[in-house]
Design a protein around this ligand. Structure first.
Ligand code: MRU
Length: 347
């Protein structure tokens, strides 16, 4: 089973490297990223994407900033780093992990007395975040695998796999761990319009690992649930507030259909995705460009006179979630804020 990294720091080249995800599955290209502007563009274009991977990208982004600014006095240097942090933070507002990774490295930098020390601390902290993310994914995988029957078909949406994390994945981590444990798991991957993360990325990852995967269009999910072809739904999350799970647009539709058909709906996510101080209405849903909906390949499918909406995420109310699978264990219903908080502080 492939457990290679999606993004990492290349010490010899002193730069951030990542798999360019907009080119998959056709081309496998590694980008060497050396500037904050380039990283901000990469995050906006979804070259690097998925909540936990964005946390790691944010952390390495601050590391990059510590390399970019000149060797001045530490206060001027830190002002530049904080400015870079705000630039990166503003790229994608919904996934909480981006800001979480940035903040964690900034907090570690508070102890730096010199620019050299700051550079070393930033890299150490970002590497720790990347390592911890992989460990979280394996723990989520093992905790979630125990919930799956010995033989089942899992529907997933978007890509909550190795490509969305440091490696292994959250929702796909559960599937990988279940397969490793000898369970017979088949996957139905919803294509995930408009950017096709399910068709391009989830199918690529699973096929590469020899896991049985079938791609359907998003609008086929209810049909297959009604036909009894789906036993379990597992998705990732971009942010989990007190009352809702934010994930790729279309997730809510699957949760409603799963409830209607009596199918368990699991969310797999690390505690770094939790936002227990906020509720659904506090969260800004990223609205993306018109052309993502109107253009496919070289062709425009929507007339100029028509308006378009393109929210990147939706919110699934907590009562539709069967359980949340985290690295520390599984939160079953009733899932409430206090259990999130005590879970986070007591482990
Ligand atoms: O817009 P994207 O591709 O970054 O959206 C990604 C998702 O919605 C994932 O499901 C989520 O980040 C969880 S990844 C483990």
């Amino acid at each position: 089973m492939n457990d290679s990294a999606t993004l990492w720091w290349d010490r010899a080249k002193d730069c951030l490297c990542y798999i360019e995800q907009t080119l998959l599955p056709g081309e496998y290209v590694i980008i060497e990223c050396r500037s904050i502007d380039r990283l901000a563009t990469a995050i906006r274009r979804l070259e690097v994407r998925g909540a936990p991977a964005l946390g790691v990208a944010g952390a390495y982004g601050i590391t990059l900033a510590t390399r970019t600014f000149p060797h001045e006095d530490v206060d001027t240097f830190m002002a530049g780093v904080r400015q870079a942090a705000e630039q990166l933070r503003s790229t994608r507002p919904t996934a909480i992990n981006l800001g979480w990774g940035i903040n964690r490295v900034l907090a570690a930098l508070a102890t730096a007395h010199s620019v050299d020390e700051a550079r070393a601390i930033a890299l150490r902290e970002a590497d720790a975040i990347a390592r911890e993310d992989t460990a979280c994914c394996h723990a989520i995988g093992n905790n979630g695998a125990a919930l799956l029957p010995g033989r089942c078909t899992v529907l997933t949406h978007c890509n909550a796999g190795a490509l969305a994390c440091s490696s292994w994945g959250t929702a796909l981590g559960v599937i990988r761990s279940a397969v490793m444990a000898g369970k017979e798991v088949k996957v139905i991957s919803c294509e995930t319009r408009p950017l096709l993360q399910g068709a391009r990325l989830t199918a690529w990852e699973l096929a590469r690992d020899g896991i049985d995967v079938t791609v359907i269009t998003d609008s086929m999910a209810a049909h297959f649930m009604r036909a009894g072809a789906i036993d379990v739904v597992i998705v990732g999350a971009d942010r989990i507030t007190r009352d809702a799970v934010f994930n790729k647009i279309g997730t809510y539709m699957h949760a409603v259909c799963a409830r209607h058909h009596g199918i368990p709906f699991y969310v797999a996510a690390p505690l770094s995705t939790f936002d227990p101080d906020n509720t659904e209405r506090d969260v800004l849903i990223e609205e993306r460009g018109r052309e993502e909906v109107t253009v496919m390949g070289n062709r425009t499918y929507v007339p100029d006179g028509a308006k378009v909406k393109n929210p990147a995420f939706d919110a699934t109310p907590m009562d539709l979630v069967t359980a949340i699978i985290t690295e520390k264990g599984v939160l079953h219903q009733p899932i409430d804020t206090r259990s999130y908080l005590s879970f986070r502080t007591s482990h």
